[in-house]
Design a protein around this ligand. Structure first.
Ligand code: 5MM
Length: 341
């Protein structure tokens, strides 16, 4: 492993003014997204949609540091035969790959999940590296509810995240470590804070046990937020203040950067929260975005599967990418939302 090079890539992924596009929806998830805009989820439509994003020159070259791809996408070519990976590289962004293989029910723990995909991961990473991937992603899913999460679910998921991260670094690929505490449910922000803190502490304990080099990874956590069904929704300032406090307590300064997931927040909420955290300042790591839904909901709607809407889809994507890029420097203001790029 060359830690210097891993660290260089990790730093590039969290460059202030840039962030990560999470376009790694698995087949089931992209079908759900396409169903919402009444587009059939065929291989060609998925290719056309992602090609539209990756050919958004301004967004990709100015505001996007890297793109997380799904296995199908990393092997796909654009309509003119150019590999989609090349489009990303030509824009100056770094291609990445989701390598987990989804979740399975966790035995003895009703309602809880464990992320799988470690078998043959070393071989798969080699092939992805040859295709151009320089970072990877693995997402663990932790739900909050009555009696959950159990320590069992937190432990096995943290263990798998660390196994994955160690294998990535051995393959000269920067691991994005994503332990996602879901925001579904009626819990308040303090419960989210407590659970996320437990999850992060266990994750970093496992990363240390498995000798993962913290300088060569990026953390992708949820923010401390109120559950979607909680009657009392925390304000932007409370989310920012509690998330920063939580991360300071759990994430070593050796980690180059933290790239948040949006987790079901609205587009503007996700931007406002990131911006408010960066406005606090004096942080030991870079804070940026690795959004899926909060970057793609608008372009998906604008595109709606029609070739004549490609320019509108690209404008919508560029706007959201720009807003989040400003938030990664603490320079966003609500008023900018009206001026669509
Ligand atoms: C883009 O969605 C990613 C893949 O999800 P599935 O494996 O369930 O299809 C997801 O991991 C995503 O990268 C993160 O959750 C961040 O996306 P959001 O929408 O939460 O910002």
């Amino acid at each position: 492993m060359n830690l210097h090079d891993l660290n260089k890539i990790a730093n590039a992924m969290v460059t202030p003014g840039k962030g990560i596009l999470a376009a790694d929806e698995s087949s089931g998830t992209i079908k759900k997204r396409f169903d919402a805009i009444k587009v059939e989820s065929t291989e060609d439509n998925r290719r056309d949609y992602r090609e539209m994003l990756f050919r958004s020159t301004e967004a990709m070259s100015k505001y996007v540091s890297g793109v997380i791809l799904y296995d199908e996408t990393i092997w796909q070519n654009a309509k003119d035969g150019t590999p989609l990976v090349k489009l990303i590289e030509q824009a100056g962004a770094i291609p990445g790959i989701k390598v987990d293989e989804g979740t399975q029910a966790l035995p003895q723990c009703p309602g809880e999940l464990v992320t799988v995909g470690l078998d043959k991961l070393a071989e798969r990473l080699k092939k992805y590296y040859e295709r151009g991937a320089r970072f990877a992603k693995w997402r663990a899913v932790i739900d909050i509810g009555a009696g959950i999460p159990t320590m069992t679910a937190i432990s096995v998921n943290a263990h798998a995240l660390a196994r994955y991260a160690a294998l990535c670094q051995a393959a000269q690929i920067v691991p994005i470590v994503e332990p996602e505490v879901l925001m579904d449910g009626d819990h308040d922000i303090d419960r989210c804070y407590d659970v996320t803190q437990r999850v992060l502490n266990k994750t970093f304990q496992e990363l240390r046990v498995q000798r993962v080099e913290l300088e060569g990874m990026v953390l992708k956590p949820n923010m401390a937020v109120s559950g979607k069904k909680c009657a009392k929704q925390a304000s932007v300032d409370e989310v920012a203040e509690k998330t920063v406090r939580m991360l300071k307590a759990c994430v070593p300064a050796a980690v180059p950067g933290i790239a948040f997931l949006s987790g079901g927040q609205s587009d503007e909420e996700a931007t406002a929260h990131l911006d408010a955290m960066n406005k606090i300042g004096g942080l030991p790591w870079k804070l940026t975005f690795s959004y899926g839904r909060a970057l793609q909901a608008a372009p998906q709607k604008a595109w709606s599967g029609k070739a004549e809407n490609v320019a509108a889809g690209q404008r919508a994507f560029t706007h959201r990418a720009r807003m989040n890029a400003l938030a990664s420097k603490g320079e966003w203001e609500g008023g900018l939302e009206k001026k669509v790029a």
